[in-house]
Design a protein around this ligand. Structure first.
Ligand SMILES: C[S@@+](CC[C@H](N)C(=O)[O-])C[C@H]1O[C@@H](n2cnc3c(N)ncnc32)[C@H](O)[C@@H]1O
Length: 507
């Protein structure tokens, strides 16, 4: 299929109007077949939805063709898309005709979101998946909006900027999100097909300012700098062995985790001072060495502020199984075992025992040397972040800058307040008057827990924006009958950490 977006603008406008008048929204889509069938679809099983859907009404016809990937009666398609018409759908590359039936060539589904700018919805075209094709997807498959896409979109810092680079744009979902807060977006990919679909989706959804460019990694933007870089790169570690498919959507063609290292190392040259890069990645644990430290090694060659959050670690065998299955190969088959062997050989060649996954935030300092290097494991449930984690990430960077700029004396003179989403938990042995464990719980952000000692609990409890920290420490020291300066020195590192993670704020 070739999508000529330049000559299909009118057709895309007709399609947009048809999808709009058919009320083709994410909520309505689930209602077409019910929540159980919707859950089955998310697991890649379309049979419950196929049984539940009535292909007669407009929504049923559109959903049957473009979500379930099933042929529909061509006259029904014409009724469902009256402005575009069947011929327009053929011209756009949405369907091919065979007798009385129209066979879908693309997946096209609604995507609803909430970000800092408000609620919104798009229609996203991508390649038909395995459930629709009834066979393994080809290596040049262009993925729709998946779990990793949603994760990165939710991490995006949303302050208004002039320019964003979306490296490895695929269907263009990050470019679309970026266009909500950026004047222009450059969306790159090695896949021409992905770029066609990204342009198709930008036009279909009326998003302005998105330019697509072909090429690997930072090649298409040589010599250019951006306010933001976002990338859900093809980070899946894949053996470079004959017979193991190299899916463009997940595998950048390099050995091990080298592609993620390249994006991290290359970001600095393409960020303006103060610019931020956000990406997802995998990293290897080799020969018992820590994977996060490995990422730290990549960062050593840059002058970037860095905050890396490892969300998950999988052992090498589980990782291999996950990604072999993702490619549509069934377990307990010879094909599966052959690939499993290739993956395990590849890991063994580099001494890889585990693979980490996480979020990387990089920032080119506005001036001077980097001041932030934070590599941490946070594998628990996230807090409640109705518009995503982006606002929290932005606030964390600002909080780092503010507290880093303050001397200990300055901090002692400052007034602090406990953030509104923080609660204190106390655990008692039954019958005891005093708690055995106390901690602070963060309701939003990463949903952190922070352990409290007696002095810190008393200090934090008094942080209501009234007295300066130093005066609070002096009063608490009096109560506990300890030295005031010593207590201040004891709690200051924790106070800095609580400020950094957003559990305390400068009043
Ligand atoms: C995991 S998909 C991400 C798609 C989309 N940005 C999202 O968030 O859903 C990775 C994309 O990177 C592209 N890609 C693969 N190798 C690349 C490379 N060397 N340089 C740039 N893009 C590449 C793939 O074609 C694919 O579209």
């Amino acid at each position: 299929m070739g999508l000529n977006v330049a000559v299909t603008s009118d057709l895309l406008a007709a399609l947009r109007d048809d999808l709009f008048s058919a009320d083709y929204t994410a909520d309505n889509l689930d209602a077409v077949w019910g929540s159980d069938a919707a859950s089955a679809l998310r697991r890649g099983q379309r049979e419950p939805a196929r049984r539940a859907v009535d292909p007669g009404p407009r929504l049923g016809t559109i959903a049957t063709a473009f979500v379930l990937g099933l042929p529909v009666d061509r006259s029904r398609l014409g009724d469902a898309l009256p402005l575009l018409g069947v011929d327009g759908a053929v011209e756009l590359g949405l369907v091919r005709l065979d007798g009385a039936l129209a066979f879908p060539l693309l997946d096209l589904r609604p995507h609803a979101f909430v970000d800092e700018a408000g609620v919104g919805g798009w229609w996203i075209a991508s390649d038909l998946g395995e459930a629709a094709l009834r066979h393994a997807i080809p290596e040049n498959h262009v993925l729709g909006v998946g779990g990793a896409s949603l994760t990165l979109a939710g991490l995006m810092v949303g302050e208004r900027v002039d320019s964003v680079l979306d490296l490895g744009t695929g269907c263009g979902i990050q470019a679309l999100h970026s266009a909500r807060h950026s004047r222009r977006v450059v969306a790159t990919d090695i896949s021409d097909r992905a770029l066609e679909l990204a342009a198709f989706n930008a036009r279909l959804n009326g998003a302005a300012g998105i330019e697509t460019r072909a090429g690997s990694l930072f090649e298409p933007v040589a010599g250019e700098r951006f306010d933001r870089i976002v990338s859900n790169p093809p980070f899946v570690i894949t053996p470079r062995t004959d017979g193991v498919p190299a899916y463009e959507y997940r595998d950048g063609g390099l050995v091990g985790d080298a592609l993620v290292a390249s994006v991290i190392r290359g970001a600095e040259q393409h960020l303006v001072p103060g610019g931020i890069a956000q990406l997802l990645g995998n990293w290897e644990y080799r020969d018992g060495d820590d994977g996060l430290e490995r990422v730290g090694g990549w960062l050593d060659s840059t002058g970037l502020d860095a905050w890396v959050v490892e969300r998950e670690v999988q052992d090498a065998a589980l990782y291999a199984e996950t990604w072999i299955r993702d490619g549509g190969v069934l377990p307990r088959t010879d094909e599966f075992d052959r690939m499993y062997g290739a993956w395990l050989d590849d890991f063994a060649a580099r001494g890889v025992t585990q693979i980490g996954f996480g979020y990387v935030t990089l920032r080119r300092p506005a001036e001077g040397a980097p001041t932030l290097r934070r590599l941490e494991r946070l594998d628990g449930q996230l807090g409640h972040n109705p518009t995503g984690l982006g606002a929290h990430i932005s606030a964390t960077l600002a909080a780092h800058d503010a507290q880093h700029a303050m001397t200990d004396g300055g901090l002692a003179a400052a007034t602090l307040v406990v953030a509104g989403d923080v609660t204190e938990q106390r655990h008692y042995w039954p019958g005891d008057e005093h708690p055995t464990v106390m901690d602070l719980r963060q309701g939003g952000g990463f949903g952190r827990t922070f352990p409290l000692g007696t002095a810190l609990a008393a200090v934090v409890g008094a942080c209501d924006g009234d007295l300066p920290l130093g005066a609070i420490c002096a009063a608490v020291a009096d109560l506990l009958d300890v030295d005031g300066a010593e207590l201040l020195a004891e709690v200051l590192p924790s106070v800095r950490e609580l400020l950094m993670v957003g559990m305390l704020r400068l009043g």
